[in-house]
Design a protein around this ligand. Sequence first.
Ligand code: HEM
Length: 414
Amino acid sequence: MNIAEQLPNAGMMALEDIDVSDSRLYQQDAWRPYFERLRNEDPVHYVADSQFGPFWSITRWEDIVAVDSNFEDFSSEPTIIIGDLGEDLPIRQFIAMDPPKHDVQRRAVQGVVAPKNLAEMESLIRSRVVEILDNLPVGETFNWVEHVSVNLTTQMLATLFDFPFDERSKLTYWSDLGAGSPEIAGGDVDPEERVAGLQECLETFTRIWRERKDDGVETLDLIRMLQRDPNTENMVDDPMEFLGNLLLLIIGGNDTTRNSASAGVLALNQYPAEYDKLRANPDLIPSMVSEVIRWQTPLMHMRRTANKDVEFQGKTIRKGEKVVMWYISGNHDETAIENANSFIIDRENPRKHMSFGFGVHRCMGNRLAEMQLRVLWEEIMQRFSKIEVVAEPERVQSNFVRGISDLQVRVHPL
Ligand code: HEM
């Protein structure tokens, strides 16, 4: 039996039964009609009973912007994922903190993606992209995710942390464990494996921190930046805060860009006329990159928790209730974005999307992600007339990370 048949029909079911936290919706790429119904009929939607307990879904563009911009009423603490953290690893991280503590921790590391650093990183990224593309198995069918997307973003991550380069696959492994367990985001990672793997991550980085402390090296990486800022210089002594922030930077820099690198290939196969536009005019690469990030929405939701009873769009959200902003829905809201369900690489305002969020938590690495993807596509266009997708993609089971785990392709050199 086709597993897609197991999902209820979005148009026929009772409104109150619509539960968009079901990660099968994303694994089967079946989410669109559910959100369309919520946006039209119940844009601030309450689910009384889900795998993650009761929660509100915010699905319209304007409402998401309003919630994301209001940290006084809608707190990022204790966590920004729909599932609660659990007792085994009670991590803390600045994405899940409110001002002022959030601001001091963010300030400590945001220099790593300052414009000057980004400009310096571009040539390194380009040389790595070139090497990856020049070594692709031309004439064979292969998994683009593994050969290109994972490879590229893991190398970048190793650079940001100055992590031992030949052990960099560990970063990808920890990243996949980070948000992958069933109770956090409906994923399929074994919870025990997750705890063991993340403890190894903590131990490895604690050792790196101690070795690096006062080693006199001038160059800045994320660990040395935390060590040199007076607000974070002792973070290593608070293991759950150290691990939480490591995971934030690992997942932030990895899964998201990786899945955008795969989604671009898929989108251009599904919309061949857009690919023709790109071939005719490679200057469209930057706007195409933004469109891929919108179309894919690599992080599908962010959660807030009501700080007090709030009247919102005619509903009463009670103090302590979970409020989930579905960026994937906002990005497909026709009232905010024309032809939102189509992939169009020459939109008038391509950076108008909510994949990076809004407000004080707006993505710190957005310019780095865009730059990596731009360089990737610039180099692809120099080498290949087409990256042909030859099988249905396999998608990650999660309601948080919108991911592609397998994308079989053949590349056609120019
Ligand atoms: C925050 C998405 C790439 C680091 C966020 C948020 C989203 C997001 C949705 C939360 C926004 C909110 O709550 O309002 C993405 C996407 C990316 C990407 C879609 C790629 C296409 C990166 C990269 C880095 C990064 C490359 C590495 C430096 C962070 C950090 C935060 C964050 C540190 C927390 C910011 C805060 O709490 O102040 N990102 N991200 N992201 N992102 Fe990204």
